[in-house]
Design a protein around this ligand. Structure first.
Ligand code: ADP
Length: 324
C-alpha cells in the first residue's frame, strides 16, 4: 500500500486528534503517503482530501475536537453516495482508510469495504464506550472526568443547602458514562438505560439519608433514561417532588464532548491509531482495533455493533449499597 486515508466521523470525541496524529506519523514512518478526509463520509463524497505530513499533525495531541472535522452524512447511507465516495478514493489512489468513529461510522465503513472492496480499519471514537470488542473508546475517559469535575462542584452546593441533586450525563443508549461518573463522584444512586429504574428504592434512599443526618444526596442519570414518557434527570426530579422531596436538576450536556483529552485518552488513541495502520499495511480489513486489558486487539467490525456490551452490574449494585 502506497497511499492511505484517515477520517473522523459521527460524534466528536476528545482524543480523536491523538488518533489522527498516530495514523499520520505511523504511515509516514512506514513510507506511506497519508491523506486526511475532511468531515467524515461527507468529505469523501465532496472530494475534500488533504495530503497530511508529520508537520500537519504537530501540536494537536492535546486538543479536543478533531482537526479533520466530522459530520453526519445522509447521502452516504445510500448506495449511490457510497459509490461516489469510493470513486473519490480511487481518483486519489487511496488504497485503504482508517475510520475513527462510533457504530454508525463503522456500519458505513463496513459497506464501503463490502460494496467497493476498499480496505477499512476502524478505531473506536465515541465518548459513550458502548462498542463491543473493546474495554474502552476514545473520549470516554475525558467525558467522565469532565462530568466528575461538575459533580464535585455540585456536591459543595448540595451539602451547603441540604439538597438532593439529580445530575444528567450523556448516554442516549448506554449507561457507561453514568456508571463511571457515579462511582467516581460518590453518587448515592445511578439510573442507566439498560436497567429499569427502581423509583421506590431511590425515594427511600433519599429519605433514609436525610433521616440519618446526611446533608445531601446525589443521583446520576443517563440522558437516555425514560420514566413515564419523561426523559433524563427531569423525570426523576418530577417524581421526587411529588413525594415532597426538594431537589435540583443539573444537566452537564455538551461540555462532556470537549476539552483537552486526558492522559489515558491520548495514550490509547495513539496506540489504536498506530496499530490500525500496521493492520491496514498487513492487508487487514473490516476490523476494529480495540483495547482489551491494556493491549490492542482486533475484532470483526460487525462484532462491535452486533454484540451488546454489558454494563458492570457489580459497580451498579455497589453504588446503591454504599449510599448510606
Ligand atoms: P457514530 O459514528 O458516532 O455512531 P452516526 O450514527 O451519526 O455516528 O454515523 C455517522 C455516519 O455514518 C452517518 O452520518 C452516515 O453517513 C454513516 N452511517 C451510519 N449508519 C450507516 C448505515 N447503516 N449505512 C451506511 N452509512 C451509515
Amino acid at each position: 500500500m502506497q497511499r492511505i486515508g484517515v477520517m473522523t466521523s459521527g460524534g466528536d470525541a476528545p482524543g480523536m486528534n491523538a488518533n489522527v496524529r498516530a495514523v499520520v506519523r505511523t504511515g509516514v514512518s512506514r513510507g506511506v503517503q497519508v491523506f486526511g478526509i475532511r468531515d467524515g463520509f461527507a468529505g469523501l463524497i465532496s472530494d475534500e482530501i488533504i495530503p497530511m505530513t508529520s508537520q500537519s499533525v504537530g501540536g494537536i495531541i492535546g486538543k479536543g475536537g478533531t482537526i479533520l472535522g466530522t459530520a453526519r452524512c445522509e447521502e452516504f447511507r445510500d448506495p449511490a453516495g457510497r459509490a461516489k465516495a469510493a470513486q473519490t478514493l480511487r481518483k486519489h489512489g487511496i488504497e485503504g482508510i482508517v475510520v475513527c468513529g462510533g457504530d454508525g461510522s463503522f456500519r458505513g465503513a463496513h459497506l464501503l469495504w463490502k460494496e467497493h472492496n476498499i480496505p477499512v480499519i476502524c478505531t473506536p471514537g465515541t465518548i459513550d464506550n458502548d462498542l463491543a470488542g473493546t474495554d474502552y473508546t476514545i473520549g470516554f475517559d475525558t467525558a467522565v472526568n469532565t462530568a466528575l469535575e461538575a459533580i464535585d462542584r455540585i456536591r459543595d452546593t448540595a451539602e451547603a443547602h441540604r439538597r438532593t441533586f439529580i445530575v444528567e450525563v450523556m448516554g442516549r443508549h448506554s449507561g457507561f458514562i453514568a456508571l463511571a461518573t457515579a462511582i467516581g463522584g460518590g453518587a448515592d444512586a445511578v439510573l442507566v438505560p439498560e436497567i429499569p429504574p427502581d423509583i421506590p428504592r431511590i425515594i427511600s434512599m433519599v429519605e433514609r439519608r436525610f433521616a440519618a443526618g446526611k446533608r445531601f444526596s446525589l443521583i446520576v442519570v443517563a440522558e437516555g433514561v425514560v420514566i413515564d414518557d419523561f426523559p433524563g434527570a427531569g423525570s426523576v426530579a418530577h417524581i421526587l417532588k411529588k413525594h415532597g422531596l426538594d431537589c435540583r436538576v443539573s444537566i452537564i450536556g455538551h461540555q462532556q464532548r470537549g476539552g483537552a483529552p486526558t492522559a489515558l485518552d491520548r495514550e490509547f488513541a495513539s496506540l489504536l491509531g498506530k496499530e490500525a495502520v500496521e493492520e491496514l499495511l498487513r492487508g487487514g480489513t473490516n476490523k476494529m482495533a480495540g483495547i482489551v486489558g491494556k493491549r490492542v486487539e482486533f475484532c470483526d467490525l460487525e462484532y462491535s455493533w452486533r454484540e451488546k456490551k454489558p454494563i458492570d452490574m457489580e459497580v451498579y449494585r455497589f453504588i446503591s449499597e454504599a449510599a448510606i
